[in-house]
Write a protein that binds this ligand. Structure first.
Ligand SMILES: *Cc1c(COP(=O)(O)O)cnc(C)c1O
Length: 348
């Protein structure tokens, strides 16, 4: 079984298909990157300032932070260190709770692991019981995502705790790529050792608008991070990402502005979906998953003709007939809402 990530393409137009920040990063980030000198470009980067900024932002010690070249690299590292002990005859297992971010399967597969999928209920609620049932003595990593992509639903923290507790032989990798938008995090539980086998992953790609810069972080106890620290390339973030991070974390005004745009945009999307009697999942992320049913293909292509890209998630378990739309800058969402009105009237 191969799990190659298919890069979605969109040339030009309004990109509402990858949950990117639709405003761009804080202008302060660009200023910081512009201050980089010729001499700095010529030497291997120093991450001290970026690590300290990250540790103080999240209220943990520097030893509980591992900066990564985008959270994707964090996922790859975790899969590699947890699954490498398996053999083709007796592989280690990775549990993936569907619908899930594609990289978990790609990385587990690449690390030689066996993927154990937990399928969703009709409502797409977190299937805690079935995750517990899927545990085995070969389980080495359990990928959880809160808020989840593509549903936008959060996992109750007590579920994360009970899964971690039931699987001391495994790492619980809690992907918090969208936690900026929910305001809830388990970083403290991971860094303090309250849940010793918990690693939390964050990205600066979404709320901070640094997807092109590539920067993320893993949080855990120093012991929990040590295996990954040993295999990560020593200069995995480049100089610009290291300069961008402190500036991005310091610009609270920009961050809060973007979070409020996202909140308002989600409200606008709920309104248009309600008006058309369409089902959707109230989202804790910067996107909304909605059920268009039979009309899905014509909605996606009708929007594309109007220069707006959304993501068809039909292939994901439990998501037949569903599309995911990024909720970013309000003016962009207003364009999406008008286009949706046009397309859905045509689809009837
Ligand atoms: C976007 C996303 C990531 C990847 O983050 P990068 O920092 O851009 O690599 C990881 N996990 C989830 C769930 C995401 O949606």
């Amino acid at each position: 079984m191969t799990h190659e990530y298919r890069r979605p393409t969109a040339s030009g137009g309004l990109r509402l298909h990858l949950n990117e920040n639709t405003a761009g990063c804080s202008p302060k980030v660009l200023e910081a990157m512009r201050r980089v000198t010729r001499e700095e470009a010529a030497v291997y980067p120093d991450y001290n300032e970026a690590i300290e900024a990250c540790a103080s932002k999240f209220g943990v010690s520097a030893g509980s932070v591992l900066l990564v070249n985008g959270l994707d690299e964090g996922i790859l590292l975790a899969a590699l260190v947890m699954l490498r002990e398996g053999t083709p005859a007796d592989p280690c297992e990775a549990i993936i709770v569907q619908p899930a971010f594609d990289m978990y399967a790609a990385c587990a597969d690449g690390a030689g692991g066996r993927i154990v999928e937990v399928l969703p209920d009709a409502g797409l609620d977190f299937p805690a019981r079935r995750v517990l049932d899927a545990l085995s003595d070969r389980t080495r990593i359990i990928f959880l995502t809160s808020p989840n992509n593509p549903t936008g639903l959060s996992i109750p923290p007590e579920n994360v705790g009970s899964i971690a507790n039931a699987a001391p032989q495994a790492m619980v990798f809690l992907d918090e790529a969208y936690a900026d938008f929910s305001g809830e995090s388990m970083i403290q539980s991971a860094a303090s050792g309250a849940i010793p086998n918990l690693i939390v992953g964050r990205t600066f790609a979404k709320a901070y608008g640094l997807a092109g810069v590539r920067a993320g972080a893993l949080f855990g106890t120093p012991a929990g991070l040590s295996a990954m620290r040993r295999v990560i390339p020593p200069y995995s973030l480049n100089l610009f990402a290291a300069a961008a991070l402190p500036a991005a974390l310091a610009d609270l005004e920009y961050y809060n502005w973007y979070l409020s745009e996202v909140r308002e945009s989600k409200g606008l999307l709920y309104e248009v979906l309600d008006r058309h009697g369409l089902r959707y999942w109230p989202s804790n992320g910067n996107f909304v998953l909605a059920f268009f049913g039979e009309a899905l293909a014509s909605v996606v292509s009708g929007l594309a003709e109007r220069g707006i890209h959304i993501r068809d998630r039909s292939a994901d378990p439990g998501c037949t007939g569903c599309a995911r739309m990024t909720a970013g800058v309000v003016a962009h969402t207003q364009r999406l809402v008008s286009a949706l009105e046009e397309v859905m009237c045509g689809a009837r």
